[in-house]
Design a protein around this ligand. Structure first.
Ligand code: SAM
Ligand code: SF4
Length: 365
């Protein structure tokens, strides 16, 4: 283990970093950067492909051919990958999926990540259905943030979109997350024209008494053929902002994370509203994300279908430097933005390994 990042939670920067936090070391563990000067210090790891819901925009009713058991990374393999990334300056980990809470060792994963030197934040994105079962254990394990997905508060609409009952359970999970004092509690709402755009203000009102951030996410039309076309459900971030400003003329800009550039607060409300332009991709210039799939695929962009795998390496007893080199190869040719990524994916020759993914549950959103 490289000791330069110090020990324990909350270690901010390598000792040999310049004032911008960039490593001045020429060694193998220098921070991951691309040719556009972006530094990648946030990893999103899908820990399973399985899920207890079947959201219509995410996967088909019958599910997909879920990878399982030996086909996905073990807890030790995931934690080793996090350790290597932390030594390259990664500070934040998000566990996603599939539904990360259906993975039995999720508490161990959170604890291991939280105790990795250099890691300052460990977050999780969950559909909230079984969150109460693990909530206290996750808090004790060091989870610093939870995003709970909820697209509608209406019982029948919830059943229509997720193909399962449970909006009451999700609402209960949001309350519980606040009660337990998780430092960051967010609600992820995918906005679909004609389905839930009439609930925009209902969700905004949730921020009146609750210190949480509601994130309105642009719907990304995604299917088995990686066809990303805007359909009838699409409602742009711009339109969402316009509607909010019309309804709440006094709404104020607020501060948020790097992908939450469009963030607002209604005066006197406790929580915030963030608008995520997931499809219009206006925040790609701020990208700091590394994506790892449950089966060890490293992706440099949600819109790219190119993957470099750490799976075989981890199974074959590779060195830490081998893992670093896979991440460097994956980010060497990262495109300027999601539009370029998509174009490159369409044109790419068969010299690199393709991993067409048929569902967002395999990439982690
Ligand atoms: N199962 C967990 C959940 O639903 O929160 C984590 C995985 S899910 C793939 C991560 C996030 O991606 C969720 O907030 C989900 O709503 C979002 N998502 C999935 N498919 C999407 C799509 N087609 N467009 C926009 N967001 C999507
Ligand atoms: Fe499951 Fe999340 Fe996909 Fe819905 S969005 S099917 S909850 S993985």
């Amino acid at each position: 283990m490289n000791g330069n990042y110090g020990q324990g939670k909350g270690v901010a920067l390598p000792q040999d970093a310049d004032q911008n936090g960039l490593s001045t070391r020429p060694d193998a563990f220098a921070p991951l950067q691309d040719t556009f000067g972006r530094t990648f210090d946030y990893v999103r790891i899908a820990v399973t492909e399985k899920c207890n819901l079947r959201c219509t925009y995410c996967m088909p009713e019958e599910g997909v051919d879920f990878k399982n058991g030996e086909q996905i990374l073990s807890a030790d393999e995931i934690l080793r990958t996090i350790d290597v990334l932390a030594r390259m300056g990664v500070k934040k980990v998000r566990f996603t999926g599939g539904e990360p809470l259906v993975r039995k060792d999720i508490v161990k994963l959170v604890e291991g990540a939280a105790n990795t030197p250099g890691i300052q934040a460990v977050h999780l994105t969950s559909n909230g259905i079984i969150f109460p079962k693990y909530a206290q254990a996750l808090r004790d394990a060091g989870l610093t943030g939870i995003n709970i997905s909820l697209d509608t508060v209406e019982e029948q609409k919830f059943k229509d979109i997720t193909r399962r009952p449970g909006e009451d359970k999700v609402l209960e999970s949001i309350e519980l997350a606040l009660q337990l004092g998780f430092p960051r509690v967010k609600v992820n709402t995918v906005v679909m024209r004609g389905f839930n755009d009439d609930e925009l203000f209902k969700f905004t009102e949730m921020t009146k008494d609750k210190a949480l951030t509601v994130r309105f996410i642009e719907f990304m039309p995604f299917d088995a053929h990686q066809i990303w076309e805007t359909g009838e459900y699409f409602l742009s971030a711009e339109t969402m902002i316009k509607r909010l400003k019309e309804r709440y003329p006094l709404i104020q800009p607020a501060s948020g994370t790097r992908t939450e550039h469009h963030i607002f607060q209604v005066p006197s409300y406790k929580g915030k509203i963030a608008i995520i332009p997931a499809f219009t991709r206006s925040l790609c210039g701020n990208c700091s994300r590394i994506r790892v799939t449950a089966d060890g695929g490293v992706r440099n962009c949600l819109y790219s279908d190119q993957e470099f795998s750490v799976f075989e390496q981890l199974r074959d007893g590779c060195s830490d430097e081998d893992i670093v080199s896979t991440f460097r190869r994956a980010f060497k040719d990262k495109a300027r933005d999601g539009f370029e990524s998509k174009k490159k994916s369409a044109m790419r020759e068969s010299t690199v390994k393709f991993q067409g993914r048929v569902s967002m549950t395999q990439i982690g959103g």
